[in-house]
Design a binder for this molecule. Structure first.
Ligand code: BGC
Length: 805
């Protein structure tokens, strides 16, 4: 349909019809305008499969969903470092969306893993912006080439779950651009996602849903975004500000609760009808374009999709350690220990939770293959899972076996959307189990299930191999079988660092934070950028992953020795499989920054390629870098800037296993551009080895503004954005918090992950009461509640009058 047709429709809409298009009809549907043929379209989570509610009205987030294929979660597929695989998974998810009549998949999540403790890390790709950008783009490409839209989320700087609906992320502009916006920028520019989802939090003190700077100036004007911006579910703060900012669609639907405020703002001239029309036009276009792709007659080929889920899991698992214990031979006697071998933990909890077509645990996969083994659970899946009896039984089962496979890791209660992890440890019984088993058998092979790094303590010394399956999707058990028995050669590489302990990381001092702000004092030093600069040892470095074969690198050649403005540089080198089995290697290219006035990471990932090689086969690998690979974000010129100088080039098998080295001279424009120098105002950033904290002065210097207030809430200064747990500082708030938390506990009784429900309620700001009750509690009622919490006169009257309205 043409632009003119959309404009015609726009010209015929009444104001009420226009406003109705700017918020959802239900939890998942957009509003239709029948008389003009504007269709209603369905959006569903994402990202690792379809979660489409069964109930056709789409009214409640907790509904059971339709059956679909549960692919491995993002942390897992990210470890494949395989753009083709990500594209294939995306395309297959799009096929399922079509069959389910969903037109937009709510994903991928490209938030950076700032801390290993973020509860939602399993849904995110990496600690590195380059890897996140490339893999995220491949997924988006796959979904969109099959005619289904995506929602690139959560835009942006939404890196902790704690008080996620109101926290203000205080990030310096350079770190924001280089670390947190980079993947969004790349994917918007290269793939033009149909929608971008604005996150719950604030940035520069402003809610993303109200931020013209983020939603229009950067996203549209600078990057050229053409799609619609949808709010995360319940993320709207002030709908009128949102209209000015360019927030097209408020979700979920709340019966047009905010329309009266928009009308008032129009009457008062705070916004114009042109402001509204801009958004309405985009919504009309979006609805027609989605509908045109809805397609008829799609059936899900579940068996084929299951095979792809298995392939994805097998190509993503990371062999962390192997002293020759793996692969196992079919004839070896084996004990399989650990409840996680029987009850596969294959995905995380929260909005991405899939109703999987089928699941195959490792135990089931062994049975299906007719492989003899002895099984013992070793722990329970509740709490710390400790049971003396189960450990004793496990030891008994392990005695005399040629190999003991121990399945341990994080159970559901340990990580989820809605809350952050408190520490990096597994349930206590899991480490004890390994220790005890090692006393009766010295061939201990650990298989991990987790959505983010765990502490790998002394128990590691008692193991011969560790295979990290992460959260491998519905076919995870079969994939583990194939890897363990050598039917597939492991080829995954960590897309994140496994630190020795969480405290080792500078960010641990600033994560999570609250009650009002979270300060990103570490600036650009996230993940390996920090550990490299601080010269600290880690347990397993970024990019690490072993194979059953070995690879040799040789013959690095550069297409040029010097690059100037607009040039690209191609590195070519040979990778040879020197072993006796076929395998795949992920060749990684890091750029080493020269000395500069501004602090920089030692090295940064700027290219990678996964290469499949038969035994003894050799291939030439080519990786091309553009000027951006040598650039930092220069806040003094508000642009990317490649400083002239000699840059090192490292080609390696991990960030710590560098095999080839080269250098290139960069001679680009902007030689006179000023470069920020913080060596006196913020020396800690130049000398991370001795930095254990960042002083206020130093942070203020790189922030370039005052550090926002982060004082505790007290009765009297509570705001509409104070959370349920924060209002408990007043007697009324305390009672309210108690009632709501007890109510949440009751709802949680039947939930997969009770903590997610209870923690989400505690963190919910008062302003969300209206939206989440579908307007049942009017904004006036909520203001009344706030007044009662603050002890302000007239609160009760307001509360009641709100009900009457
Ligand atoms: C999550 C989003 C999700 C949405 C809809 C929100 O709570 O943050 O990632 O897409 O719910 O389920």
């Amino acid at each position: 349909m043409s632009e003119q047709k959309y404009l015609d429709i726009l010209s015929k809409l009444t104001l009420d019809e226009k406003l109705s298009l700017l918020s959802g009809k239900t939890y998942w549907l957009t509003q239709e305008i029948d008389r003009l043929g504007v269709p209603s379209v369905w959006m569903s989570d994402g990202p690792h499969g379809m979660r489409k509610e069964k109930q056709t009205g789409g009214t409640n987030i907790m509904q059971e969903s339709e059956t679909s294929t549960c692919f491995p979660t993002a942390v897992t597929t990210a470890s494949s470092w395989d753009t083709d695989l990500l594209e294939q998974v995306g395309a297959t998810i799009a096929d399922e969306a079509k069959a389910l009549k969903v037109t937009t998949v709510l994903g991928p999540g490209v938030n950076i893993k700032r801390s290993p403790l973020c509860g939602r890390n399993f849904e995110y790709i990496s600690e590195d912006p380059f890897l996140t950008a490339r893999l995220g783009a491949a997924y988006v490409h796959g979904v969109q080439k099959n005619g289904i839209g995506v929602s690139l989320k959560h835009y942006c700087a939404n890196n902790e779950e704690h008080i996620r609906m109101s926290i203000d992320s205080v990030v310096d502009d350079r770190a924001l651009r280089e670390i947190y916006l980079s993947a969004f920028e790349h994917i918007v520019k290269t793939e033009q996602p149909t929608t971008v989802m604005c996150s719950y939090n604030r940035i520069y003190g402003t809610y993303l849903s109200d931020s013209k700077k983020m939603l229009t100036d950067i996203l549209r004007d600078e990057w050229g975004f053409k799609g619609i911006v949808v709010s995360d579910w319940g993320a709207v703060n002030d709908r009128v500000e949102g209209i000015k900012a360019g927030l097209d669609l408020e979700m979920p639907g709340n019966k047009g609760m905010n329309n009266k405020y928009i009308k008032k703002a129009l009457d008062e001239g705070r916004i114009t009808i042109e402001d509204v029309d801009k958004l309405v036009y985009r919504m009309i276009k979006f609805a027609f374009e989605c509908k045109a792709n809805e397609g008829e007659g799609y059936d899900i080929d579940f068996a084929a999709h299951h095979e792809l889920a298995k392939k994805a899991a097998a190509q993503s698992a990371v062999l962390l350690k192997n002293e020759g214990a793996l692969p196992l031979k079919d004839y070896q006697s084996v004990a399989v220990i650990g409840a996680l071998a029987d009850k596969l933990r294959y995905q995380g909890a929260g909005s991405s939770h899939i109703n999987a077509w089928k699941t195959v645990s490792f135990k089931k996969a062994m049975e299906n293959k007719g492989q003899a083994f002895t099984y013992a659970p070793g722990y329970t899946l509740k709490g710390d899972g400790y049971s003396k009896k189960l450990i004793a039984e496990a030891c008994e089962a392990a005695k005399g076996k040629e190999a003991v496979l121990v399945f341990i890791g994080l159970t559901d209660a340990f990580e989820s959307e809605g809350f952050d992890r408190k520490h990096m440890d597994m349930p206590a019984s899991h480490a004890v189990l390994v220790e005890e088993l090692s006393k009766v058998n010295d061939n201990i092979i650990v298989v991990l299930s987790c959505g983010s790094p765990i502490t790998i303590g002394d128990w590691e010394k008692k193991t011969k191999a560790i295979l990290n399956m992460y959260l491998p999707g519905q076919a995870g058990g079969e994939a583990a079988y194939d890897l363990i028995y050598g039917k597939t050669n492991p080829s995954g590489k960590l897309a994140e660092t496994f630190p020795l302990s969480n405290d080792d990381n500078l960010v641990s001092a600033y994560f999570p934070m609250g009650p009002r702000t979270v300060e990103y004092r570490e600036s650009i030093y996230v993940g390996y950028r920090y550990f490299d600069k601080a010269g600290k040892a880690v347990k397993y470095p970024f990019g690490h992953g072993l194979s059953y074969t070995s690879f040799e690198y040789s013959d690095l050649k550069l297409s040029k020795n010097e690059i100037t403005e607009g040039d690209t540089l191609t590195l070519s080198f040979k990778v040879k499989n020197t072993g006796t089995v076929a395998g795949a290697e992920v060749a990684q290219v890091y750029v080493v920054n020269p000395e500069s006035k501004i602090y920089k990471a030692e090295k940064e990932l700027k290219g990678f390629k996964k290469v499949f090689l038969e035994a003894k086969e050799e291939k030439t690998v080519e990786i091309t870098l553009d000027e951006k690979a040598f650039s930092f974000y220069n806040v003094l010129i508000s642009d990317w800037h490649a400083e002239s100088g000699s840059y090192g080039l490292l080609v390696g098998s991990s960030s710590k296993d560098i095999r080839l080295e080269g250098a290139v001279s960069v001679n680009t424009a902007k030689p006179d551009a000023p470069v920020p120098d913080y060596s006196e105002s913020a020396p800690c950033y130049y000398n991370m080895e001795s930095t254990t904290f960042v002083t206020d002065d130093e942070f203020r210097a790189v922030l370039g503004r005052e550090i926002p207030d982060n004082s505790e809430f007290v009765k009297g200064n509570l705001t509409i954005n104070s959370s349920v747990s924060q209002v408990a500082v007043s007697p009324f708030g305390k009672a309210l918090c108690k009632i709501l938390c007890n109510g949440a506990k009751v709802v949680a009784l039947t939930a997969e992950n009770p903590d997610m429900i209870t923690e989400s309620i505690k963190d919910m700001p008062l302003r969300s009461f209206s939206g989440f009750t579908g307007g049942l509690l009017s904004p006036t009622t909520v203001e009344g509640i706030l007044d009662l919490c603050n002890g302000t006169k007239g609160g009760f009257k307001k509360l009641i009058s709100g009900f009457r309205k």
